[in-house]
Write a protein that binds this ligand. Structure first.
Ligand SMILES: Cc1cc2nc3c(=O)[nH]c(=O)nc-3n(C[C@H](O)[C@H](O)[C@H](O)COP(=O)(O)O)c2cc1C
Length: 183
């Protein structure tokens, strides 16, 4: 299998983010030779159309990272039944000027983790809507709506036994999805 670089987007700025913790554990389930390059979103300016064509350095960095990737992997919390504003801002920043979106055509996967039993399902549905418009082919099945609870991780921070087969299956499907769409 070819080496791949995946742009990793974590939609939470919180230091102890459950989404970050899950991302760190799940990327260990990817094949050797797959690198996950985190796209920082916390220092992006608020998107302002007046800046189109004269983007701030963090926006240029984001677009460069995404363009250099073979696919995008997004982890999102659910905020008020949608995605956090910081994540939407990052998607907006990378999508403009019109016709110059860095996201265009990048195969994507979405995972959400929440303290609530629905596991961020509604945030994911909103995110799918945005990614569809950005023309990002997004893995539909299996869906990964994860509830943060005891036993999700083992003592070393790896995925715990109860969720391991499911999340390994999700990662295998994502890897196959990227292989199918990446050049
Ligand atoms: C502003 C705000 C809104 C929230 N809204 C929801 C929600 O709609 N559904 C949900 O399941 N959890 C909601 N939560 C709880 C989050 O799932 C929880 O804070 C989670 O830890 C956030 O992800 P993170 O740990 O990666 O930062 C909300 C939290 C905040 C701070």
């Amino acid at each position: 299998m070819a080496n791949r670089t995946i742009a990793l987007v974590i939609g939470s700025l919180r230091k102890e983010s459950f989404n970050r913790k899950l991302a760190e554990a799940m990327i260990r389930l990817a094949p050797d030779g797959w690198d996950f390059d985190e796209v920082r979103i916390g220092d992006l300016p608020l998107y302002d159309q007046d800046d189109d064509g004269n983007e701030a350095e963090p926006v240029r960095r984001l677009k460069q990272q995404v363009r250099a990737s073979d696919g995008v992997l997004l982890f999102t919390p659910e905020y008020n039944r949608s995605i956090p504003g910081v994540l939407k801002n990052a998607l907006d920043c990378g999508s403009r000027p019109y016709g110059d979106s860095a996201w265009q055509g990048k195969p994507a996967g979405i995972v959400s983790v929440s303290i609530g039993a629905p596991g961020g399902a509604m945030a994911q549905q909103h995110l799918r809507n945005v990614l569809a418009y950005l023309d990002m082919p997004t893995l539909n099945q299996p869906e990964a709506y994860i509830q943060h609870k005891d036993g999700l991780y083992d003592a070393d921070g790896n995925i715990g036994e109860a969720s391991r087969d499911f999340l390994q299956g999700w990662m295998d499907a994502y890897v196959a999805w990227v292989e199918r769409h990446a050049g």
